[in-house]
Ligand binder design. Structure first.
Ligand code: UD1
Length: 423
């Protein structure tokens, strides 16, 4: 297995082009199942999760073609005929978002058999909200040998679905299901993450009738058919936030290119509060620190527009060397502190109290061999390694390749001493 090596202590200086968002690219790919015409997606990130989902779509009968570009791929997906409505365990267990084919398959083919999902082990991650929502829209659903078996013989029917919990995946699934349902669907307490808006805009370009985009109430008037479209994937706010934190951690100055600062404003505000410099302009963000120690700052993860859970691990890495004690509260996933024991290997002082981590800043970290436990936790280990004295070796980097495009190349171009060793 590949390992990533870092010799820490270098300031980052330069520009980083931000890739297309994984969390938008994946649901956008599943949206291609809603039509027999081609969906052309540009600004696609080059990630293993994208490849894995592509395999699933091909298994279902879609044809995919990839045009490599200088900075991103353009992927065209054409699901002229759906040959199978079964999403097998072997693929769905690798990547949770592949479970999201449930909505489009049920909407277009009126049936689907989808394995219960896998993905990062960051909590129980149930699928009850998806099931209840689809049942409200007239689907019959059984759980058979680890598969969700769903059917809607006469097609799905519009309904008012109020989710008790804000769920990104359930919102994507129900939104796609509703585009081809008969009549109006209202999704109340829907997720407002920018990636949902991106998917909704693509669906509108495909002929869907959706209002309330960007709010927590989405209204969808079902149509009989959707058509092909061309859509550019929004920039990855989590990747951008990760590099912003890396720049704050090491000092120096980094410009993040091609990103909308409003999509990760909560993270930028916390970085400012901690003492980092942040300048925003249309399409770019500049992060800098003059060498002074950062101040300990508390953070509570929340649904958008709050501080994202997907940046919690990275922010914790930043706080390990801040001045004072910071309290980090994780409200979205109950088991998302697996990076704590790995950060301790660098000499970080962190104690866990239920959904809170108390981080007591230490003057410096020391490089260590560490193990990536999940996608975002891997990025936290890179951030710690960039600031630590000596060499850090990160094992299990396949987690990183699922969601960060060429991370060592992007950091290396800003002066980090970071390299990959192939197994
Ligand atoms: C998506 C993101 C992930 C991010 C998360 C929260 C993608 C590919 N993944 O994951 O990176 O960390 O949003 O921003 O976009 N829940 C239920 N029942 C359900 C569904 C969810 O109780 O049926 C709970 C979950 O356990 C969790 C909370 O709702 O506590 C939020 O999860 P959700 O928003 O669904 O996360 P994902 O869509 O899996």
């Amino acid at each position: 297995m590949d390992t990533i090596h870092i010799r820490g202590g270098r300031r980052l200086k330069g520009a980083i082009p931000v890739s297309g968002a994984k969390n938008a690219a994946l649901p956008l790919m599943t949206a291609a199942l809603l039509t027999d015409e081609p969906l052309r997606l540009s600004n696609m990130p080059r990630l293993t999760d994208v490849k894995t989902l592509g395999k699933l779509l091909a298994h279902l009968g879609a044809e995919l073609s990839v045009e490599p570009g200088e900075h991103a791929d353009t992927t065209t997906i054409r699901a002229a005929d759906i040959k199978s409505t079964t999403a097998p365990y072997e693929i769905v267990s690798q990547i949770r978002a592949s479970f999201w084919v449930l909505g489009p398959l049920l909407a277009r083919c009126h049936q689907a058999r989808v394995s219960l999902p896998g993905g990062c082990a960051i909590g129980a991650r149930p699928v009850d909200l998806y099931i209840k929502g689809l049942q409200k829209m007239g689907a019959e659903i059984d759980l058979v040998e680890g598969y969700v078996v769903a059917s809607a013989p006469g097609g799905l029917k519009g309904a008012i679905v109020r989710s008790p919990v804000v769920s990104v995946g359930a919102t994507h699934t129900l939104l796609m299901a509703a585009t081809l349902a008969e009549g109006e669907t209202v999704l109340e307490n829907a997720a407002r993450e920018p990636e949902i808006g991106d998917v909704a805009r693509c669906l509108v370009a495909m002929g869907a009738k959706i209002s309330g985009i960007g709010t927590s109430t989405l209204r969808i008037e079902g149509v009989e058919k959707l058509h092909g479209a061309t859509h550019s994937v929004i920039a990855d706010r989590i990747e951008a936030g990760t590099y912003a934190i890396a720049a704050a951690m090491t000092g120096g100055e980094v410009t993040l290119e091609g990103v909308d600062p409003e999509t990760f404003d909560a993270a930028l505000s916390v970085l400012r509060a901690a003492g980092a410099g942040v300048d925003t302009e249309q399409g770019a963000v500049r992060i800098f620190r003059n060498g002074e120690r950062l101040q300990a700052t508390d953070v509570v993860t929340q649904v958008f527009p709050g501080f994202p859970t997907d940046l919690q691990a990275q922010f914790m890495a930043l706080m390990t060397t801040a001045d004072g004690e910071s309290e980090i509260t994780e409200t979205i996933f109950e088991n998302r502190f697996m990076h704590v024991q790995e950060l301790a290997r660098f000499g970080a002082d962190i104690s866990l109290h239920g959904d809170k981590a108390l981080v007591r800043g230490v003057p410096k970290l020391k490089g260590a061999p560490v193990m990536a436990s999940d996608l975002r936790a891997s990025a936290a280990l890179i951030i710690a390694g960039l600031a630590a004295e000596g060499e850090t070796v990160i094992n299990r980097v396949y987690h990183l390749d699922r969601g960060f495009e060429r991370i060592e190349a992007k950091l290396g171009a800003c002066g980090a001493e970071i390299w990959r060793e192939k197994a």
